[in-house]
Ligand binder design. Structure first.
Ligand code: BGC
Length: 409
């Protein structure tokens, strides 16, 4: 008997556009931030969005480095079931879905927010496709960091290193000290083996060798050969539990003093932060290529697929504006381990490792990364070749041949 009244009310509310507005606030976000530090960081986004009246629908897809999440995103978007937003890395990963015409561009949000003036030139180049913003950049990560446990090194009588050569010396001391401490905590998965390889590459030949390899696709240099040889040397410092290990478990080994070092992007710092540890106190860091090394542009963007519901674009704009807002850039990046993407926020309170990154940006020491230089296909093939070499006794010559072929794809 009372049924008609609610129906009438519903019709009235819909007529006033309130239902539309409420639906516009709903945002499903696909991402691969499932470790402790990562989850704490994305919560900053989710909480802010909720506070602003939105409904955050979280769709985390486990798998460090994001290959699994990107597959889900591609399948859903191509299959007509796109989320409101999805995470990618800088570079070419989302070019294909742009070509298919599946993404909304953010040029109006960027114009309103003055992104062109706020973002460092090289970051702009890494984000923009055909001169348009199809993604909001949320951080700057560098994958080529080395993390170490200070107490472990002190106990082994090892000097805290500032480059890879010194790290080898420190690992020898840790090995000699015994006690079951693993010198190098490596997560034996292709993408992590790839990060470790690129860290060695930068350490051996700096930015020139990096660009020679990934831009010119030339692996015939003595530096590249030395990289492959040095990479193999690292095997002598890794434990038997390495194969298949997730990156954050490897970080956990360093945090707990079960291992001395990890070579990993500064998302690892998010794990230290989440465990209540302070950079420079319990743990230290250095860039694999040394303190003056170019900062390989890494990190995350969110893209916004076209939606059937006409009002979904409002939720997407709201998300993008929130993610890049000054306050959020500080709160989010402090937890994530990365540094803010905009140059107009106060970074003076950030930790000593982040300061090295901030300094690199100030000095323009930013390097186009392999994600920007290689197609996803070539990058995958190269990492497969690196992984095969790492996990077998393949000769250096054969490995170099396989890596050359991968880059030609
Ligand atoms: C992303 C980071 C993430 C890491 C591990 C990288 O590709 O840029 O944000 O924490 O993968 O999952």
């Amino acid at each position: 008997m009372h049924a008609p009244i609610p129906r009438l009310l519903a019709a009235l509310i819909a007529g006033l556009g309130l239902v539309g507005a409420a639906q516009a606030q709903k945002a499903e976000v696909i991402h691969w931030w499932t470790s402790g530090g990562e989850a704490a960081a994305i919560k900053e986004f989710a909480n802010a969005y909720t506070k602003a009246g939105g409904t955050w629908v979280d769709t985390p897809i486990a798998g460090g480095g994001g290959a699994q999440a990107r597959t889900v995103m591609a399948n859903r978007t191509m299959g007509g079931d796109a989320p409101t937003a999805a995470q990618y890395n800088y570079g070419k990963q989302y070019e294909e879905i742009i070509k298919e015409g599946l993404l909304n561009d953010l040029d109006d949000v960027a114009k309103k927010g003055n992104w062109d003036a706020l973002l460092p030139e090289k970051i702009k180049n890494a984000v923009k496709v055909n001169g348009k913003y199809f993604a909001v950049p949320v951080n700057l990560h560098n994958e080529n960091w080395v993390w170490f446990n200070k107490a472990v090194l002190a106990k082994a009588g090892a000097k805290e290193p500032t480059n890879l050569d010194e790290m080898f010396a420190a690992m020898d001391k840790v090995k000699a000290a015994g006690g079951g401490v693993v010198p190098l905590a490596l997560g034996g998965q292709g993408w992590q083996e790839g990060i470790t390889f690129r860290g060695v590459l930068l350490s051996v030949g700096g930015q020139d060798l990096y660009l020679k390899t990934f831009k010119d696709k030339d692996v015939s240099t003595p530096g590249f050969r030395k990289t492959v040889e040095t990479y193999r040397k690292l095997k002598g410092y890794v434990d038997a539990g390495s194969p298949g290990r997730d990156w954050n478990l490897a970080t956990g080994m360093v945090i707990e003093g079960k291992a001395a070092f990890q070579m990993m992007g500064d998302w690892a710092k998010g794990e230290f932060v989440n465990a209540g540890k302070t950079a420079g106190k319990e743990y230290g860091c250095f860039m694999a290529g040394g303190p003056k090394m170019a900062y390989a542009i890494g990190g995350d963007v969110f893209v916004f697929p076209k939606q059937k519901a006409a009002d979904a674009a409002a939720a997407q704009r709201k998300l993008a504006e929130m993610m890049i807002s000054p306050a959020m850039q500080v709160a989010f990046n402090n937890k994530k381990g990365s540094i803010p993407i905009r140059t107009d926020v106060d970074t003076s309170a950030m930790d000593v490792c982040a300061q090295a990154g901030v300094q690199a940006v100030k000095e323009g020491r930013l390097l186009q990364s392999d994600n920007e230089l290689l197609s996803p296909d070539a990058k995958g093939a190269f990492e497969d070749a690196v992984s095969k070499f790492w996990n077998s006794d393949q000769s250096v010559d054969d490995a170099i041949k396989a890596m050359a072929a991968a880059l030609k794809r």
